[in-house]
Design a protein around this ligand. Structure first.
Ligand SMILES: Cc1cc2nc3c(=O)[nH]c(=O)nc-3n(C[C@H](O)[C@H](O)[C@H](O)COP(=O)(O)OP(=O)(O)OC[C@H]3O[C@@H](n4cnc5c(N)ncnc54)[C@H](O)[C@@H]3O)c2cc1C
Length: 59
C-alpha cells in the first residue's frame, strides 16, 4: 500500500508562529501526516516576521 494512502493530508493556512509550530510538530510524524503549509504573504512569520527598513527613509 502506498504511503500516501496511510497518511492524513493536512493543510495549514498561515505561516505565522502558530502555523509554523503546527507544521513542524506534525511533520515529525511523517508516517501519519502529509503536511502542506500555505502562506499568502511573501515571508513566513506573520506578525512576528522581521523586516529591514531604510532608517534614512523614515520621517
Ligand atoms: C511587536 C510584537 C511583539 C510581540 N512580543 C511577543 C512576546 O514577547 N511574546 C509572545 O509570546 N508573543 C509576542 N507577540 C505576539 C506574537 O508574535 C503573536 O501572538 C504570534 O506571532 C501570532 O502568531 P499567529 O500564527 O497566531 O498569527 P499571525 O502571526 O497573524 O500569522 C497568521 C499568518 O497567516 C497568514 N494568513 C492569513 N490569512 C491567510 C490566508 N487566507 N491564506 C494564507 N495565509 C494566510 C498571514 O499572512 C500570517 O502570516 C508580539 C507581537 C508583536 C506584534
Amino acid at each position: 500500500m502506498a504511503k500516501e494512502n496511510q497518511t492524513k493530508k493536512v493543510c495549514i493556512i498561515g505561516a505565522g508562529a502558530a502555523g509554523c509550530a503546527c507544521a513542524w510538530l506534525l511533520s515529525q510524524h511523517s508516517d501519519k501526516y502529509q503536511v502542506e503549509l500555505w502562506e499568502k504573504g511573501h515571508v513566513a512569520g506573520g506578525v512576528a516576521s522581521s523586516h529591514k527598513i531604510d532608517q534614512n527613509g523614515l520621517d
